[in-house]
Design a protein around this ligand. Sequence first.
Ligand SMILES: [Cu+2]
Length: 493
Amino acid sequence: MKIAYLNLLLSRASVIRIVLLLAVSACITFAGCHSNEKAGGPAADTAAVSGEYSPALTFAPNVPPARSSAAPKKVIVDIDVIEKVMKLADGVDYTFWTFGGKVPGPFIRVQEGDEVELHLNNNANNKMPHNIDLHAVNGPGGGAEATMTVPGHSSVFRFRALNPGLFVYHCATAPVGMHIANGMYGLILVTPRGGLSYADREFYIMQGEFYTKGKNGEPGLQPFDMDKAIKEQPEYVVFNGSVNSTTGANALQAKVGDRVRIYAGNAGPNLVSSFHVIGQVFDKVYMEGGSQVNQNVATMLIPAGGAEIVEFTCKEPGTYNIVDHSIFRAFNQGALAQLVVTGPADKKLYSGKLADEFYNAPAGDDAGKKDKAAIDPPAPEPSFADRFKDGHTLFESNCSGCHQATGLGLPGSFPPLAKSDFLMSRQDKGVGILLHGINNEPITVNGKHFQGVMPQLSLTDDQIASILTYVRNSWGNKSDAVKASDVKKLRGQ
Ligand SMILES: [Cu+2]
């Protein structure tokens, strides 16, 4: 989706004023160079509102398009509160409290100066009262007091969107932490007058924790655990409401050359997020979703109840993992999303692996000079038991993060190795994948389709033989040991 934004034309007088402003504030402002005066109208709080409309509300990862008219309008936003059971992870259900029936709630996009009229409808089937606190509001409780609503009622209040930026909204009914932990949050964007710069693709990602009675992965309908919430010990930390909401077939998609903007929120309720896209540098970041721009940052802190706008241009094809870089959250608790970039590779920008060669220590080093055969002699083939044991250790450090210690993988993202028809059909298939990785090629395992992405791991013939011996003889799999010489043969091809 291409999104066009208005470019602001600046008079010489306003350019001078901006230079002065920059000199004083020594910072770059939201929307480059804009102020209410320069937008040609009075301040946002006094500008006349002309006309009304109901904007499109989108659910993650989608973002509604920008409005073309710059004049402030009356904007009517209707949100239904729905309590419902949905999937938190494979085999794990949870009773979510939601804005609009999903977690996170709808993305609300308005413009600086708009008068927003918010209707909060509490479904008659719900059990709890709810309200909404929008961090974009200047007024008591951010609207929470005005919108406290019992089931079967609807509340209305209005606010003027005075401050441009990206803001969290959430339910603030007591116990507030429980309403947030159950999924009642989302983002509201107040675009500055003059709009944001051009972007080819915009995405909506929001992190949140879940505190379940059962441990991570324990199946069934899991109730909320207040004790774990108070101790800030979540079982799940996820993007967009569930484990694997935005991976595999649901990954974000972009093309080489695309300008990507991510609206990233963190609902908490407790943890601060270290938001990172592995293999991308954000060349532009609206810090904490506000007006100050930082440049060339790889990992952004997002406070609980806060948000960031990050931008980058996709330069190389590949699958990019989006994580909370408190990294056990990403690979063990669910805080993992993916962006798949397609298009031509530019080997001048990123070569991929160029060599894996025999290494000889420099002269004078204690290791001394040795010839290749002395360092890397053809080792005698170890026993099956030793191969299996080494393979287990190597699997734990290289493979279990994705394929899981159980060998069951993660549905939709990482194929199972346990009883895998693909793995067990032929030894050389596994060898080939461990030698070369998989670069976004489709593979089918036990009738299920995966868009395969696995990095090349730079393993030796011996290590590959051990890992394959382990995985081909674990979790119900059974076969002969894999020999290092079998791997060597295929490496040469
Ligand atoms: Cu609530």
